[in-house]
Design a protein around this ligand. Structure first.
Ligand code: WTA
Length: 633
């Protein structure tokens, strides 16, 4: 196995980048030819950013799982596709080869088919980090069903919202997930969700051995169906022929307004993009063990734990548990035990393990590591240097990968060992990516040593195509702020050498421990609590989480524990990840005469900068600010 599209030098990066801008169609046609297409595409790219309407490899027929599985099972069946490291240190590691993975995916396809799943069906997947989760994604993709994974930390209400929005008829779940010392009762949470919304079938995978209620006619055990069908003796389930622009998956993510939106990715472009970026950013070499610590419930898990590595025929390590269980040395134990060569994790994990101290690192053999990566939020320099020095032993390049659920894969990052790294900088765009900085008036910010709002001016194969069921929302969110550009929602600096540094969101989206949350979404949850009149949520700097959640709430009930109970409401409505760190009960919110909440002031107070509030004279009632300042949490 070798990767003809792997960039081998800085010079080649520069040449490829130039070519990808000058002649994008030729460039991507060259990359796309290294995949198996059942029928070649007619056109490489058709696009406009107003509606928007973006199509890559139109007319091409493929199945991404053929490229992930069948190809490799034919040439190296015994190569390990997944190494599974259980939560419990006393349980055995599992290794699944490409041949076995293909078989298991095929067997799951039969089970899904027998409950009625077919091409185009939407399937909500709510499971722990177990191999069957990856297998279920791949089985959906093989049958042409659209998977929509819901992170196992989200609440019943969040599942119900996604089932309704995706108009999903099916849920696949587990009895329970093992997370640290706890069981998360996934099936029970699904049962709660189904008090609010209906599905035809719930397929349950037995993992933790917990008793669950099975509703007759609706709930079925995966193993029961597979036994009944005698899947072991059935022939390989053949991949359904998909159009390049058929939907592959929906993944819900938070924006600055309203409920989470279903970001839609399609088969052909996503495949090309994640394989290309995986091989180039991490400079993956055949045989290496790649460990991405992200949960498959997030885009990072989709692209760099499942699809990217499998497309490259790599060995991907999947970890069921959490970095602090049984102690803060767990990730380093895994690296040591499996001789991991590439480690990809989030700054929040690095900061929390750094805080736990070097005792957890010192006896671990981390010499196998060649490349380190970070994703999900800006990395502060202190964490970067700690990661570089203590985990990478001072000699591993760190790739600081900037991207989003909407971008499908990495857009801006250095290439490990090929282009230079720089602490806290994502550095340079991947071939095909054309970043541009715009000021608030939409004027291009040119030159270096500047900052602006990060936009992208040309399509790349892995970009979102729409938001499910609401194309206008996609236009509004991403293509309307700056006409003709994709707007990322991020602020960005370009340094003296032209390297990009992402500074964080410029909209009302928070990044809490690398998890994306909309302030509007948290406010909506708070506002459902009885006695709450109004609320405003802002972020504040947090040493470990990157950002914490600060909620200002006008409350007129008589509950003495209102703050604690409001926090519980948020956990119930969204999930524990959205629980505010601080809740301040206030008499009023600072509003302009036109009734708009002045979040700038609330942010400053949350940050503790109470003497730098700027001009408050435009407020309807400036005295409110003193009251809020005096009662700051
Ligand atoms: C932030 C995660 C700085 C950014 C893949 C983006 C980053 C949001 C980086 C997307 C990085 C991601 N440096 N910030 N390397 N990577 N972000 O959709 O604000 O969960 O808009 O995708 O995370 O989060 P999402």
């Amino acid at each position: 196995m070798h990767y003809p599209y792997q960039i081998k030098s800085q010079q080649q990066y520069e040449n490829d980048y130039a070519l990808s801008i000058k002649n994008p169609k030729e460039f991507w046609a060259n990359v796309a030819q290294h995949f198996t297409w059942f029928k070649p595409y007619d056109t490489v790219l058709n696009w406009e950013f107003n509606t928007p309407d973006v199509k890559w490899f139109e007319g091409g027929k493929l199945n991404i799982t053929y490229n992930c599985l069948d190809r490799h099972a034919a040439t190296h069946p015994d190569k390990v596709a997944f190494i599974f490291e259980p939560n419990d240190i006393n349980q055995r590691t599992q290794k699944i080869t490409y041949a076995q993975l293909l078989q298991q995916v095929s067997q799951t396809c039969y089970a899904l088919q027998s409950i009625g799943v077919q091409k185009g069906s939407r399937v909500i997947i709510y499971m722990g980090m177990v191999p069957q989760l990856a297998i279920t994604l791949l089985a959906c993709a093989r049958m042409g069903a659209v998977h929509s994974v819901v992170f196992g930390g989200f609440s019943a209400r969040a599942i119900a919202d996604r089932v309704a929005d995706a108009k999903a008829d099916f849920i696949v779940t587990c009895d329970a997930a093992n997370r640290g010392a706890k069981h998360v009762l996934l099936k029970e949470i699904v049962d709660d969700a189904l008090l609010h919304v209906d599905v035809k079938k719930v397929l349950v995978y037995k993992h933790a051995g917990i008793n669950v209620n099975m509703k007759p006619d609706r709930d079925v055990w995966l193993h029961d169906i597979q036994n009944k069908l005698q899947v072991q003796s059935l022939p390989l389930f053949q991949p359904v022929v998909m159009d390049a622009e058929d939907m592959l998956f929906i993944l819900y993510t938070s924006g600055s307004t309203g409920k989470p939106k279903g970001v839609v990715h399609t088969c052909g472009g996503y495949m090309v993009w994640v394989a290309y970026t995986f091989v180039n950013v991490f400079q993956y070499k055949p045989g290496q063990i790649f460990f991405c610590t992200a949960d498959i419930g997030w885009i990072t898990g989709h692209s760099y734990l499942v699809y990217g590595p499998l497309l490259a025929g790599a060995t991907s390590l999947m970890f069921e548990g959490i970095p602090h269980y049984p102690d803060a040395g767990r990730l380093w134990d895994i690296v040591d035990k499996h001789r991991v060569e590439v480690l990809y994790t989030a700054p929040t994990a690095i900061r929390s393990l750094m805080a736990a101290g070097l005792d957890f690192v010192k006896d671990k053999n981390l010499t196998s590591l060649k490349v380190l990566g970070t994703v999900g939020e800006p990395i502060n320099e202190e964490a970067w240097h700690w990661y570089h020095k203590y985990i990478g032993n001072g000699n591993c390049p760190i790739v600081d990968t900037w991207w989003q659920t909407e971008t499908g894969g990495i857009l801006i990052s250095n290439l490990a060992g090929i282009t230079p790294h720089k602490p806290a900088h994502a550095t340079t765009p991947l071939p095909g990516v054309q970043p541009i900085l715009l000021d608030d008036q939409g004027k291009e910010v040119t030159g270096n040593n500047v900052s602006g709002n990060l936009c992208i001016k040309f399509p790349w194969p892995g970009m979102l195509r729409t938001t499910y069921g609401d194309h206008e929302r996609c236009r509004q969110n991403y293509f309307a702020t700056y006409a003709g550009y994709y707007f990322t929602g991020d602020g960005c600096m370009r340094d003296a050498e032209g390297h990009y540094r992402i500074t964080g969101r410029v909209d009302d989206v928070l990044n809490v421990s690398g998890h994306r949350l909309g302030t509007a979404e948290i406010e909506n949850a708070i506002n459902t609590h009885q006695g709450v009149i109004e609320s405003a949520v802002v972020g504040f700097p947090h040493d470990i989480k990157g950002q914490g959640i600060y909620a200002y709430v006008i409350y007129q009930g008589d509950d003495v524990d209102a703050q604690a109970n409001i926090a519980i409401t948020v956990s119930n409505m969204i999930g524990a990840i959205a629980r505010p760190d601080k809740i301040q009960l206030v008499a009023g919110l600072p509003k302009t005469r036109s009734g708009k909440i002045m979040r700038r002031i609330l942010r400053k107070i949350a940050e503790g900068e109470i003497n730098q509030l700027g001009d408050v004279t435009t407020l309807l009632d400036p005295t409110i600010v003193d009251d809020i300042k005096n009662n700051r949490q």
